[in-house]
Design a protein around this ligand. Structure first.
Ligand code: SAM
Length: 235
């Protein structure tokens, strides 16, 4: 089994030796990789739907790792008991679903040493909710996998932090990174936003006007971040 670049990036953010919950495990590829590569010897894979849950259990059984990977059926972190894991991975889900999962289980989230998140969409909403609810975003990565970019972040419940629009739109860690991946990612996002603007051309509704306004603001912000590390919030 060859793990995608996206799941590999996630796997390598797991501190070796940690007990891990993989929420929305689907095929259980991540838990299997973590155990096979001796990154973790205890993974609880959680799945909300019966089909993927059965598939995950079958895959774990096929590789003979039932002793190390338990596959539980349920919503988010609800099937996890406090103290069972130190790390939770929530990957491949929408930002709003990820936030719902976090919000629903404060008793578990508060006991974790970190949560590794990889949202598929609504990244701004997720980052804003995390920052507003006093999560510190301690790491952010950009991964090019398949034919698109993904963001992976590591968050931890902490003390209140002040944050700006750049922190929400780009990310408190990512805004300081000047790696080729990050720069290409920011450029790709700007191009996508210009494409969206073109699609809104000739549309006169209030919705279209609002969308144009917020897209233009985001373009300016991303262009500022790209400019030689000079950030609009002065950081
Ligand atoms: C697209 S797959 C992602 C699989 C894997 N995490 C990855 O990143 O490759 C999303 C999986 O999450 C499951 N899922 C969605 N919402 C969930 C929730 N609230 N709790 C547990 N599983 C959920 C879906 O059934 C699906 O199998």
């Amino acid at each position: 089994m060859k793990l995608s670049e996206r799941l590999l990036a996630i796997a390598h953010l797991v501190p070796p030796g940690s007990a891990v919950a993989d929420v929305g495990t689907d095929h259980a590829y991540l838990p299997i990789y973590l155990v096979k590569n001796r990154i973790s010897s205890k993974v609880i894979a959680v799945e909300a739907r019966i089909g993927p849950w059965t598939r995950a259990r079958d895959n774990v059984k096929r590789v003979g790792l039932e002793e190390f990977i338990e596959v539980r059926l349920g919503y988010g972190l609800v099937p996890i008991k406090p103290g069972e894991v130190e790390i939770a991975v929530i990957a491949g889900l929408g930002g709003e679903t990820i936030w719902n999962i976090i919000e629903k289980s404060p008793d578990i989230v508060n006991t974790l040493s970190a949560i590794i998140l990889q949202p598929m969409k609504n990244l701004h909403k997720l980052r804003k909710a995390l920052l507003e609810e006093h999560f510190n975003i301690i790491e952010e990565h950009v991964v090019f996998s398949g034919n698109r970019f993904y963001e992976v972040m590591v968050a931890k419940k902490g003390k209140p932090v002040s944050f700006s629009d750049v922190d929400v739109v780009v990310g408190p860690v990512l805004k300081k990174k000047r790696t080729p991946e990050v720069l290409s990612y920011l450029k790709a996002r700007i191009n996508q936003l210009f494409l969206k603007l073109t699609k809104l051309e000739g549309k006169n509704s209030v919705y279209a006007a609002g969308a144009r306004e917020s897209i233009k603001k985001e373009i300016v912000l991303l262009q500022e971040v790209l400019k030689n590390g000079k950030l609009p919030d002065g950081n």
